[in-house]
Design a binder for this molecule. Structure first.
Ligand code: FNR
Length: 369
């Protein structure tokens, strides 16, 4: 790790800010509305306290986790983040390579800067999952999934919290929209179905056409059921916060959920993921895999999520800031730092295998809220 690379999240954020155009940094950093959720995503972790135990030999610690039958080297995955070339010219190609070095699955966004095929080619051996913004066009939805299968992606993650874009006050103030600038279109422009709509049209029409199919405000369980029939890959639903929604997911044979509020970028005053997790776990038990994101910044955050019932967590902004600071090596620095923090946290708790973490290691603070 380079000596000057930031360790603290605040320093990562600051250095990323120093390197990026203000509007671009604002887009990455900001949240929906007045950013209440953005703030509570982090502070909600502080309502919990870890309770260490004495006596285990912690000279080595195993971080291996089984997720839908496959072993991953760490309970950390890289969250789907669109348009990563905004942070660094190599975008997803750099971050997928960094993720692979740490044996962490990489989730490629539907609105990635590079197409899902280009990301696969940049790091063919990485464990890659494809995040689907279900398009407002069935043939295109099918085509995205088939392309992901063909390019060796190992799971489909359907994000359900994008009925419309969050009311992001910073971006609105800055008059900034990466969509309007035509970023994140490569999965569309490389798609044979999408291309067939556009023959003979100008670049402007391409943008208008993408915006037509991007949002699907009537997305519902029937589409998820269709998707279940259309692919044999594991399916995850990202953006689940209500325990009732998990029952339907189980009924439809969904493999897992991501408890997430999109890093506080969508609904403001939304429940923090870590606060939604206990009731979801109580309802789901072990019927499907539970992942969690939104506000994960440290080893203790990860252990808190695991103790409350998550199988693994997703990291969002921290790795994007690493990417902005120094490309692939910046992402590697971030992943190394959080892995070290997680390992030390487990050692100090008297745990030598991450699979041992359970609710007996955690207490809710008894002080009034
Ligand atoms: C995101 N996120 C996101 N999610 C998704 O399903 N598809 C996407 O394309 C994007 N794009 C995106 C861009 C940027 C700049 C950010 C910061 C986030 C949400 C992401 O997957 C994840 O849920 C959050 O980032 C997790 O919260 P933290 O770790 O950033 O607090």
């Amino acid at each position: 790790m380079t000596a000057s690379f930031p360790i603290r999240f605040q320093d990562l954020e600051q250095q990323a800010q120093d390197r990026l155009e203000p509007k671009v940094f604002g887009y990455i950093q900001s949240g929906g509305g007045r950013e209440e959720t953005l703030r509570t995503n982090e502070t909600s972790f502080e309502k919990w306290q870890l309770v260490p135990r004495f006596g285990a030999d912690v000279s080595t610690v195993s971080l291996d986790k089984k997720i839908h039958g496959e072993t991953i080297q760490s309970p950390i995955l890289l969250a789907p983040v669109g348009m990563q070339a905004l942070a660094n010219v190599n975008g997803e190609k750099a971050s997928v390579s960094a993720a692979h070095k740490f044996g962490m699955p990489f989730m490629a966004s539907t609105v990635s800067s590079y197409s899902l095929e280009d990301i696969a080619e940049a790091c063919p051996d990485a464990e890659r999952w494809f995040q689907l913004y279900y398009p407002n066009d069935e043939a295109l939805a099918k085509s995205f999934v088939q392309r992901a299968e063909k390019a060796g992606y190992k799971a489909i993650v359907v994000t359900i919290d994008m009925a419309t874009l969050g009311h992001r006050e910073k971006d609105l103030t800055n008059k900034y929209s990466p969509f309007r600038l035509g970023k994140g279109m490569s999965n569309y422009t490389n798609d044979p179905i999408f291309q067939s709509y556009l023959r003979g049209y100008s670049q402007e029409d391409v943008l208008a056409e993408m915006q037509k199919v991007f949002f699907k405000p009537d997305l519902n369980w029937q589409h998820i059921q269709q998707l279940r029939k259309a692919t044999s890959l594991p399916i995850y639903i990202k953006g689940v916060l209500h325990p009732d929604d998990t029952e339907k997911a189980v009924e439809l044979g969904i493999d897992g959920i991501v408890v997430s509020n999109h890093g506080g970028r969508q609904l403001d005053r939304c429940i923090a993921s870590i606060d939604a997790l206990p009731l979801i776990k109580a309802r789901v038990q072990d019927q499907l895999t539970i992942l969690l994101d939104s506000g994960i910044r440290s080893g203790p955050d990860i252990v808190t999520a695991l103790a409350l019932g998550a199988d693994a967590v997703l990291l969002g902004r921290p790795f994007v800031y690493g990417l902005a600071i120094s490309g692939q090596s910046g992402v590697e620095n971030v992943l190394e730092n959080i892995t070290n923090d997680l390992t030390k946290t487990l050692q100090l708790m008297g745990i030598n295998d991450v699979n041992q973490v359970d609710h007996t290691f955690i207490r809710r603070m008894s002080t009034p809220e």
